[in-house]
Design a protein around this ligand. Sequence first.
Ligand code: TXA
Ligand code: MG
Length: 344
Amino acid sequence: MRTGLTPESKDKRRRKIVATQILKPTTENIVKCANTLKAGGLVAFPTETVYALGAVATDAAAVEKVYAVKSRPHDKPLIVAVSNVSEIDGVAVNIPDKARTLMKKFMPGALTLLLDRADCIPDIVTAGARTVAVRIPDNAIALKLLEIVGKPIVVPSANTSDKPSPTLADHVLTDLDGKIDYILDGGASEIGIESTIIDTRVGPPLILRGGGISADRITAEIGEVEFKREKPIMSSAYSPNAEVLFSAYYDGMAANICAKYDALTARGNKTVIICLASNISAYGNRNVFIAGSSYEDYAHNLFALLRRADAEHYDTVIAEGVRSEGIGASIINRLVRASGGLII
Ligand code: TXA
Ligand code: MG
């Protein structure tokens, strides 16, 4: 007997997501994901900074779902991605010359511009603000997806709010399994921390969030910039379940970290130290996660190591500090926030 609809196709009509599928980034799968996005679905995909949770930016109902699955507060606006510089004129207006200079130099790349928003961007994307934050990801899979969809896509990090941003497809699955349609697996995100966000509409331009492109590189193009002051009490962010402690950078930092580690382990606390390879000998046979040999490596590995601490059931992570130079400033920003200011 035919009933017209199989249970499976009924499920499809309701768009009920039972399990989220991880897909290899073949052309066929990218097209499949583009069709899902065009139909109002959610797809996570790699970018060079961290994995993004995409929805078509002009589809308010789809964007609403992004807030829901991330448990994101509605007053925190979303970044919009496009596939090339000329499309920025479709989502923003009154674009300053300094923004154009930065576009030429850093787009595609880990830079997000805060601009006056065009009418096609719904309120839900910008949390009601008259501005829109725009970027072009420097990742072939992301660019291909954007080109096929042919519309701007919101690109928040594909994690549950307050958790470390995902730098692998598996991290996305840990947080969002059963809540989104697909994850395109592009391997590890190259940079590992999010884009730098800058407002060039004001003088001097204001860096709202340090990230993958350092302030020095921006200053070399457009002159002096200022950093937005962080509020003294910061909301939690980038936080694994483990408690995160963070050391300031100074000579003798390792001795202080060892003393803290020993006090914690004496209390039965399972603790691990995140350090650069060059410092490992200072920690003897204590548990360490090596973040690599450069600040770029540290940025690339940081979020993955915070998630690894949870997977391996550590109670506490003590992260080494770095100098505030180049991408070091962005590492410090993420560590201060992950630790909620618990600096040793
Ligand atoms: O590298 C990145 O930017 C990643 C990749 C996946 O694109 N995305 C990302 O998005 O970090 P999210 O949602 O995790 O962080 C976006 C930040 C938030 O701090 C938000 O407040 C800010 O951008 N933002 C977005 N639109 C804004 C606006 N119109 N005005 C001020 N801040 C804005
Ligand atoms: Mg985020």
